[in-house]
Design a protein around this ligand. Structure first.
Ligand SMILES: NC(=O)c1ccc[n+]([C@@H]2O[C@H](COP(=O)([O-])OP(=O)(O)OC[C@H]3O[C@@H](n4cnc5c(N)ncnc54)[C@H](O)[C@@H]3O)[C@@H](O)[C@H]2O)c1
Length: 329
């Protein structure tokens, strides 16, 4: 029986997707160097191979040993600010090592690939909601490192027949069956807010309250990781049906402000969650909201957990029961 290779499957979204696919009865093989991920996050009955995506020979071996038909690629460094300070590290890990991965897959005869791309490929939005045709103009090396891979993938399809789906996630959030967010350092709003409710931080900072939005705070499109996992499954089925692949936004198509996230977190946790209002951060767009029509029409995808209450609720359940992430007893 063929298996699915999940590169970066010990991380937040990769481990949740591995769980989702296991629940659907697929054999899953995780390749992760554990630089950011957690051994405990990999679902039981899933093979974990500790290794680097830049190790082409190893990738060929793994694909042959496990008869890999499709590879899902989540592995990357993901901190925008760090990418500005250390672009070399980001282009190396996210772009060049991914090229090695692609070369290994092509050598092993794997012809189906699903890539974790990002809304950061669009840069400052010219229109809301952002559709897939929006110009691509990343404002940081992280976004560029992902856009390069998107471009590589199109060339690899034409030249080598590697068919791929590039999924541009907006703000991934929530938890799925014991798989939640455990990043060090944590940069995402929902886990940071919930750390205040856990008593691990005194307050949450709001960067700017004078944006051109109804309550003056930035608006983002939060998408539940269970819905991201489902989209990978549907993208895989689409490739299995012989499709040449393509690219899709994954968001709810609805934005929520920083203040709304904090208010929902207060309701969910019962904690007052003190805030500190500070200046705007350079480079933050006021609004990032996806058009998700294409994924709905082509993949038949529909978010099952679109409400902020459900997203924050599942995240809170995870953080409450895992106050120290995967290191929690
Ligand atoms: N979290 C979000 O909101 C979000 C939004 C848009 C896109 N994405 C993309 O989704 C993907 C997953 O994000 P995440 O939040 O789960 O990140 P994560 O850091 O939790 O997981 C990434 C995993 O990749 C592994 N990894 C990194 N470099 C590796 C290498 N060279 N070889 C092998 N393994 C390696 C890490 O150990 C980690 O387990 C990333 O590609 C990210 O760019 C995430």
């Amino acid at each position: 029986m063929s298996a699915i290779l999940v590169v970066g499957g010990a991380g937040y979204i990769g481990s949740a997707t591995s769980r989702f696919l296991r629940n659907k009865g697929y054999e899953v093989v995780v390749l992760d160097n554990l630089s950011k991920g957690h051994r405990e996050a990999v679902p039981e009955e899933t093979v974990l191979i500790e290794g680097d995506l830049g190790d082409r020979a190893r990738i060929v071996e793994i694909c042959k040993e496990y008869s890999i038909k499709t590879a899902l690629h989540f592995a990357a460094f993901t901190q925008v600010g760090e990418s500005v300070e250390q672009p070399s590290m980001y282009f190396d890990n996210n772009s060049f090592r991914t090229k090695n991965l692609l070369d290994g897959l092509v050598e092993a005869g794997v012809d189906q690939f699903i890539f974790s791309s990002t809304a950061a490929v669009y840069g400052e939005p010219h229109e809301i909601p952002i559709s897939e045709d929006h110009p691509k103009s990343p404002t940081n090396p992280y976004g560029w490192s992902k856009l390069f891979v998107e471009e590589m993938l199109e060339s690899y399809r034409v030249a080598y027949g590697l068919r791929s789906v590039r999924l541009r996630y907006f703000n991934a959030a929530g938890a799925l069956d014991g798989h939640g967010e455990d990043h060090t350092p944590e940069a995402h709003l929902i886990p940071l807010v919930l750390q205040v409710a856990l008593g691990q931080r005194n307050s949450i900072s709001i960067f700017g309250t004078d944006w051109e939005t109804p309550d003056g705070t930035c608006i983002r499109d939060y998408i539940h990781i269970a819905d991201l996992a489902k989209a990978h499954f549907q993208a895989m089925e689409w490739l299995d049906s012989g499709s040449q692949g393509g690219f899709f936004n994954l968001g709810n198509g609805e934005g929520h402000s920083v203040k709304e996230v904090i208010e929902t977190s207060r309701e969910v946790t019962g904690h007052s969650i003190p805030v500190v209002e500070t200046d705007r951060r350079p480079g933050d767009p006021a609004r990032l909201v996806a058009s998700n029509q294409k994924a709905k029409e082509v993949l038949g995808w529909e978010p099952d957990h679109p409400t902020l209450k459900e997203i924050v609720g599942t995240a809170w359940e995870w953080h409450r029961t895992h106050p120290n992430g995967y290191r929690s007893p």
